[in-house]
Write a protein that binds this ligand. Sequence first.
Ligand code: MLT
Ligand code: ZN
Length: 478
Amino acid sequence: MPDTPISTAAVALLPAIREIVGERGLITDPADTAPYAEDWRKLYRGRTPAVIRPANTEEISAVIRLCGQAKIPLVPQGGNTSMVGGASPMEDGSEFILALSRLNRVRDIDSLDMTMTLEAGVTLKAAQNAALEAGCMLPLSISSEGTAQIGGVLATNAGGNNTVRYGNARDLVLGLEVVLADGEIWNGLRRLRKDNTGYCLRQLFVGSEGTLGVITAAVLKLAPRARETAVALCAVADATAALDLFGRFQAHDAAAIQAFEFLSGAGVDLVLRVIPGAVLPFARPAPAYALVELATSRPDAGLRASLEKILEAALADGVVTDAAIAESEAQRGAIWKLREEHSEAQKRAGASVKNDISVPVSKVAELIRRATVACEKLIPGVRAMPFGHMGDGNIHFNLVQPEGADPTWFLAQDHALMEVVNAVVRDLDGSFSAEHGIGRLKPYLMVDWRGGAELAVMQRIKQALDPHGIFNPGRVLP
Ligand code: MLT
Ligand code: ZN
């Protein structure tokens, strides 16, 4: 733990903040603030003078006004599931954490408008369940959905498993409520499908990672609830075969694809080894797998029959070597478990370096092949476990430390590994930051990747909306 003192200017503000949020809304004991100051991956162990937990938007506004006047920075935090340290305070104790978890009401669901109005601290899982109860579906699904909160999901423009069909979080947002740097509340909670009145402000805050304003509530678009779902795990020789299979599903009925995920054999082996209850539905392991989920809200669509037909042809052509179709909800869960436990399994296997990258879908197999060769050349024995959203071109090119290697040494290789992976990504016209965001981990890459006019415009926007730099300073922009 660093020995620099906690910011005295911030501490001096605490009585006034306590006045606003009350005793229940303020955590100052270091033992209690510590879990908020450490990220899920345990890459950042920061310090904070206090975790501020306001009960509503008005309290947030008053806190921000105060911090703005005193120029004390705030780190907005939802479920603290960031993969890039985006919600972690600095080590010098200069930043408050602004926790949104008490704003946890679903305010309204309208099944004719197909919209849901909810507060930032509602977990994604709770939002999904509320939509299902109303006969609709919130079509956003990520591995951390049980903990991740709507505010963070929107602030990071989360993607996840259903992007192939419904787009990213950004594509589901119709309206937002945001507290600005001077404490003013912008109520843009509109439910309109068409609204061309000036600049689209809400899209500025979505994906800004808490650097432009604090999202306190949102209106999200819902989709019709699925009447029929069909899920299969397919054993394949490599990513090229998986991509071939994706093309077949796309040619047959692109609109039915709800998720198309790639899994490396090494990644699945690791899940089977370290995650209790994980089971492979095949007699023997394969070099790679594709997980496909089809869904439709149409009655009598015959999804199961089309899934079987496509898989039979793919088996006959040698594109797929084995396939397991879920026969029950439990089997569907078991197949998805092999996918969703990837991050947890890799965390248990020691240090890992994540590359959350995207390329045009047609280039995903080439990306995996070339990046694997490059990393193995740099660090012999490194375990490449690429997985993720093949159907939208976003792969988590994660690298687990060589068996028995020193985790601290391996983590120190992160920039070198990211560099060789990103060289391939750049060559394939991709992005080094697909869905996790930039956070504290990657602002240094922005100059090289988004230099010139693009970065200059971003800096002007930041200056205009947050002139004193109180929102998540040092994240996103260098
Ligand atoms: C996921 O899709 O499971 C996460 O975004 C990936 C990760 O852990 O890198
Ligand atoms: Zn992902």
